[in-house]
Each structure stands twice: as structure tokens, then as C-alpha cells.
Design a protein around this ligand. Structure first.
Ligand SMILES: Nc1ncnc2c1ncn2[C@@H]1O[C@H](COP(=O)(O)OP(=O)(O)OP(=O)(O)O)[C@@H](O)[C@H]1O
Ligand SMILES: [Mg+2]
Length: 155
């Protein structure tokens, strides 16, 4: 990382990093959320917050791996909150309301054999977030914005 970027982050009291997520890359699936979890542990964020961030980032990362071509996960930590934006290029979601329903899944047989496809990812992201937004454009991609407050009571 560039020294200038580090200095800027120090002055702004902000840690941020952008991660790339490759579609269909099940071998590396989960690595981004593990890295974020390790970082949060290292800097002493409370376990109850880490747990929520880990669930939300893991589910968002897996959805990019399973359904999109590629994506980025932008992570930002300030003294008040953790903000995660996951932006992918892929098929998009036609009916967001349906996709948000517990149990709804278009996972393939192969994905189900790997243990995915319960249709619980998006509902769990929402449940573990203090702020949650999802937007999508068919044939373009999907974007999630997840915010978890560091002082939140939502556990
Ligand atoms: N990034 C995405 N791009 C395209 N479609 C998506 C994306 N994320 C979710 N979807 C669609 O929304 C559905 C519901 O997603 P959700 O994460 O809730 O469940 P799932 O991934 O099918 O199963 P689980 O997360 O429990 O393993 C998916 O089956 C898929 O059709
Ligand atoms: Mg999912």
C-alpha cells in the first residue's frame, strides 16, 4: 500500500481496502471475509460485531462467487462504523423482493451439493446489518451496501 494512502487513512481515522472477488472461484471462496475477520480481531473490535461483519461479508462474497462474473468488496472502518460495499458484474437480480425471501434460491444442484443454496444469504445479511441496501440491474450486476455500527445494540 502506498505511504500517502496510509497517511491519509491515519489522518482521517479510517481504514479502507478494496478486495477483488472472482466468480466461480470456489477454491478461494471465503478468503476475503476471512481477511476482514482477521483484521478486525487484530485491532480489537468486539467479537459480537466481528461475528455480524463476518456473516454479512461471507454471504455477500459467496453470492458473487456463485452468481456473478466478478466483483469488488470495498471495506471501510471508522471509529463509528464499518461500511461494506459489494459491487459485481453479472446477471443481476430481476426480482429483488423475491431474492430477499428466506428459502428462495436459484443455486444449481452442484452448489447445493457443496452446502449452498438454502436461500438464507441475503436475509442473513440484512438481519446482521444496521443499514442494508441492495440494487441490481439485469445483465449488468448487483450492488450491496452494508453498514454495521460499532456501538450497535443489534446483536
Ligand atoms: N450477486 C448476485 N447476483 C445475481 N443473483 C444473485 C446475487 N446474489 C443473490 N442472487 C440471487 O438471489 C437468490 C437468493 O440469494 P441468497 O444469498 O439469499 O440465497 P442463495 O445464495 O441461493 O443460498 P445461500 O446463500 O443460503 O447459500 C440467489 O439464489 C440468486 O438467485
Ligand atoms: Mg447466498
Amino acid at each position: 500500500m502506498k505511504l500517502r494512502k496510509l497517511a491519509k487513512m491515519a489522518i482521517e481515522n479510517r481504514i479502507e481496502h478494496s478486495f477483488v472477488i472472482k466468480g466461480k472461484d470456489f477454491g478461494n471462496a471465503g478468503n476475503v471475509s476471512t481477511k476482514i475477520k482477521d483484521l478486525l480481531k487484530e485491532i480489537g473490535i468486539p467479537p459480537s460485531i466481528i461475528r455480524r461483519v463476518a456473516i454479512a461479508t461471507y454471504e455477500a462474497e459467496m453470492n458473487v462467487v456463485m452468481y456473478a462474473n466478478h466483483g469488488t468488496l470495498n471495506f471501510a472502518l471508522t471509529p463509528q462504523k464499518i461500511e461494506i460495499v459489494v459491487d459485481d458484474r453479472g446477471p443481476g437480480i430481476e426480482d429483488i423482493e423475491l431474492a430477499m425471501q428466506e428459502g428462495y434460491s436459484t443455486a444449481t444442484e452442484e452448489m447445493r451439493e457443496m452446502g449452498f443454496g438454502a436461500g438464507m444469504g441475503l436475509p442473513n445479511i440484512k438481519k446482521n446489518s444496521d443499514e442494508f441496501e441492495i440494487t441490481s440491474e439485469v445483465n449488468k450486476g448487483t450492488k450491496l451496501r452494508i453498514v454495521i455500527y460499532l456501538d450497535s445494540k443489534n446483536e
